[in-house]
Design a protein around this ligand. Structure first.
Ligand code: HEC
Ligand code: HEC
Length: 337
């Protein structure tokens, strides 16, 4: 009896350790691959999570209907253009900025939001849940109108975010490895001229010298980095440090971490000095809008400022890009009263 018990304990421990070793090996391989691409190793206390793939989904023990909805969420995330003129009014897909279908570290991997929300967000000064976070990217990054909370599209997108977070503890105590678009150290001086030259040399082959990108048969091949079909002035990517972090870690496509820090920041500065659709919080006056939004948002953008090259005041217009309204009616303040 005792013997049998010991055996069970030993084999249980063995199984566990085999499992742990397989896991460690996979994590190590994953980190080695990232290191080979030039990404930094995780700090000792950081949480490393490898989001599952759609192949993993096939094998998962989940209700077939849930699998179908998660797949639908993935499809919406990677081909958001199917919601064009209803929820999306520019040429972006969610995956235009969240690379690797939202799974890549240093490309604002989206599962992080699923385990850290609901939480207070300074940007809108109230407690947000995952749906509201997704709605934020629709409003600003997609220059659009978010699907209603609880709608089929919203539930499918949320389900995909949650699936990628499989196995992670809710409200993890550790900082998340590769969360957001961490910027490289800011160099002392930024140069518009250097940024422009580097963009023309290393980026324009895909995005075009005028930042328009490329669209064929209603499909986005290369998204617009500025202009009417890009994100609006309210999006996170208009902050120069966020753009520098995005660029350093993700561009040129297929060559992450190949630019030096100065180049990434110069290009970010150049890109942030180009026009794009109006911020949905626009009051009709760019300086007044800036006063109201500077602290929470525009402290690190070029909104309302004079462009270095020609003195043009950025954001001083009422161009909404492809969108027939300024602020979507789905965006409302919350008070919890
Ligand atoms: C133009 C680029 C862009 C596009 C397109 C975009 N996003 Fe984002 N997204 C961002 C930026 C910038 C952040 C903020 C990252 C940070 O924390 O610095 C972000 C953050 C997020 C987060 C929070 C991640 C976290 O760490 O908490 C989620 C979730 C998200 N986006 C979902 C979406 C969805 C869904 C779509 C499509 C409807 C989308 N995004 C489209 C740029 C974009
Ligand atoms: C080989 C083609 C290619 C090159 C070169 C390239 N990009 Fe991109 N870029 C893409 C694609 C494609 C995406 C969208 C990601 C996806 O769909 O996988 C993208 C996305 C982006 C985005 C986010 C979406 C948007 O349009 O704002 C920015 C910003 C960006 N690239 C900037 C740059 C910069 C800066 C460079 C030069 C350092 C660069 N890219 C070089 C292909 C390229």
């Amino acid at each position: 009896m005792i013997r049998k018990f010991t055996c069970a304990v030993v084999s249980g421990a063995l199984l566990f350790s085999i499992h742990a070793t397989a896991q460690d090996n996979t994590t190590q391989q994953y980190l080695d691959t990232l290191a080979a691409l030039g990404f930094p190793a995780p700090k000792e206390n950081e949480l490393v999570h490898i989001p599952p793939t759609l192949d993993d989904l096939e094998d998962a023990d989940l209700h077939p209907e849930l699998k179908r909805v998660i797949r639908r969420g993935h499809d919406l995330f990677t081909n958001t253009q199917q919601l064009r003129d209803e929820h999306v009014f520019n040429n972006m897909n969610c995956s235009s900025c969240h690379l690797g279908d939202g799974r890549m570290p240093f490309s604002a991997p989206i599962w992080a939001a699923a385990v850290t929300l609901p939480d207070f967000r300074g940007k809108n000064a109230h407690v947000n849940n995952l749906e509201e976070r997704i709605a934020g990217c629709f409003t600003y990054s997609m220059n659009g109108k978010p699907p209603e909370y609880g709608s089929d599209n919203m539930v499918a997108l949320s389900a995909y975010h949650h699936w990628l977070a499989r196995g992670v503890t809710m409200y993890p105590q550790q900082p998340i490895y590769g969360r957001g678009f961490p910027p490289p150290d800011r160099p002392e001086n930024l140069s518009y001229a250097r940024g422009k030259a580097a963009f023309v040399e290393k980026c324009s082959i895909c995005h075009g010298a005028s930042g328009d990108g490329l669209r064929i048969d209603d499909q986005t091949v290369f998204p617009a980095t500025w202009g009417d079909m890009s994100n609006n002035w309210g999006a996170g990517l208009v902050r120069i440090f966020t753009a520098a972090g995005f660029i350093k870690n993700n561009m040129p496509l297929g060559q992450p971490r190949s630019l030096d820090d100065q180049e990434a920041w110069d290009i970010a500065y150049y890109m942030s000095s180009q026009e794009r659709p109006q911020d949905p919080r626009y009051t009709g006056d760019v300086q007044e809008t800036l006063e109201q939004t500077r602290e929470a948002f525009h402290k690190h953008s070029m909104y309302g400022q004079a462009r270095e090259s020609d003195g043009h005041i950025l954001g001083d217009h009422d161009n909404l890009g492809g969108k027939p309204f300024l602020k979507p009616d789905t965006v409302r303040p919350r008070t919890f009263e």
